[in-house]
Design a protein around this ligand. Sequence first.
Ligand SMILES: NC(=O)C1=CN([C@@H]2O[C@H](COP(=O)(O)OP(=O)(O)OC[C@H]3O[C@@H](n4cnc5c(N)ncnc54)[C@H](OP(=O)(O)O)[C@@H]3O)[C@@H](O)[C@H]2O)C=CC1
Ligand SMILES: O=C(CO)[C@H](O)[C@H](O)COP(=O)(O)O
Length: 494
Amino acid sequence: MNEFGVFGMGTMGQNLALNIAERGFRVSAYNRPDKFQARIWEALERAKIEGSKEGKSMMIEAYTSLPDFVSSLTSPRRILLSIPSGRPVDDTLEALAQLLSKGDVVIDSGNEHFIQTERRSKMMLEKYQIHHMGMGVSGGEYGARNGPSLMPGGTKESWQRVSDVLLAIAAKAGPNNESCVKWVGPGGSGHYVKMVHNGIEYADMQFIAEAYDFMRHIYGMGNIEIAAVFSNWNKGRLRSYLFEITSEILIKEDDQQSGNFLLDAILDQSGQKGTGKWTVQEAANIGMAVPSISAALEARFTSARKAERVMCDKVYSRVVPPISVRGHVGATAKKAGLEALEEALYASKILAYAQGFTMIKAASDEFKWNICLSDLALIWRGGCIIRANLLNGISAAFKQVPDSPSLLFDSSFAEELFTAQKGLRQVVLEAVGEGLAMPGLASSLSYFDSMRRSRCPANMIQAQRDYFGAHTFKRIDKDGSFHATWARPVNSKL
Ligand SMILES: NC(=O)C1=CN([C@@H]2O[C@H](COP(=O)(O)OP(=O)(O)OC[C@H]3O[C@@H](n4cnc5c(N)ncnc54)[C@H](OP(=O)(O)O)[C@@H]3O)[C@@H](O)[C@H]2O)C=CC1
Ligand SMILES: O=C(CO)[C@H](O)[C@H](O)COP(=O)(O)O
């Protein structure tokens, strides 16, 4: 009998199965029969080769039939699904439910929408007394094999049944090599935080893309020089997985055109699978502003409209005479300019993570998930795509004030933002003057400037709403709702 089942031997499932087997658990692996041969043999072959390399025997058994797969598992059975979200998960749960018993646990490790997970968890428990967990997994193929960041949500009972395996396979981070997995909360909370993780990922990636663009256009820097800058920044407070891979991406040679960089041959249209869009939609659903994430999502949409951009480039290229706001012209000033860019990236990063954590806090309050933000920051320190030095400080901030509605209230971050905002302003100003789009950095700055205004111009919005729609407004000096007769007198001179 085996201790753990993995359903779906695709990129993620196969690597998760190998990771689990490597930690000494006996694994049953299943893939749909028609593709069984290719996927499963690949997994078994890898278990043999990778196991022998490390002097371990990795115990993976392959199954062709679902009933055999299920009955190969010890009770309570534990099965991880690694398949596309949506209909495939519903169909698979329906099929599994006929074979599983009360108290068994099924973990959906795909990028599923949390509402679907909430629905399935409730249905599986009520109808079959089976625990359905929704678990965010981040780290891609490499993470799945060597240690991902795991964000499991579901009943506490189900977490207790699977925690030995999840703690063993997750990435390790921090001074005490802590596992990058903790129980996030009930229902769809695990998938919710993974969704926001991906939203922050979008913002982080967009900031990096803008910094790359800035260095090329403002300073005429080439790939090797830009790579060195990212590599250097990665030694400091911006240290993160995305900075690390960016310097590698910049200098990768194109094997189809010797002497050229691969990056320069890649079409400038970004794709997406939907989790960034969900983040923005869900933020809107609970009335939260995530402008850095929104801007990153919209930048992907704009990038996709390549044909229109090419046309606009032809029409409007002549209307961008640089407006001289350059703070840094010439070789000697470049150093200061790059320092400003580092500050801009750091400030924006704080602001994007702040938006993501604030959104999670609001959802946790709304859905009564009681998510521990400090723990969440800890499990994002290793294995996942947004892993970054910054998360240590974020965890500490929420440990100090667990219910804080925003990172912006933390005194250390406030101090850092206070200093770094100067660089952010300078970079955005220069980019605007040069006609260089900086949606991510500029939106982050706007968020900061909007948040630090105790009185903003929303009084004008309220007045307009009341004027045309009698929507009423509140006054600053009296309680209650008011409506004014706004229409201008016929003889008004205004
Ligand atoms: N790739 C990544 O970096 C990450 C992916 N994820 C998520 O993990 C999940 C798996 O992704 P990934 O491994 O990349 O995908 P792959 O396409 O590599 O593998 C998909 C797996 O799902 C199976 N499958 C597809 N459709 C069905 C179905 N209708 N019923 C049963 N099984 C089905 C496939 O089996 P078959 O061989 O029969 O087609 C295959 O085993 C997705 O939800 C994805 O969003 C999460 C984090 C990172
Ligand atoms: O979940 C992930 C990483 O955390 C996946 O890589 C995801 O597919 C990335 O999102 P997108 O394809 O929308 O860029």
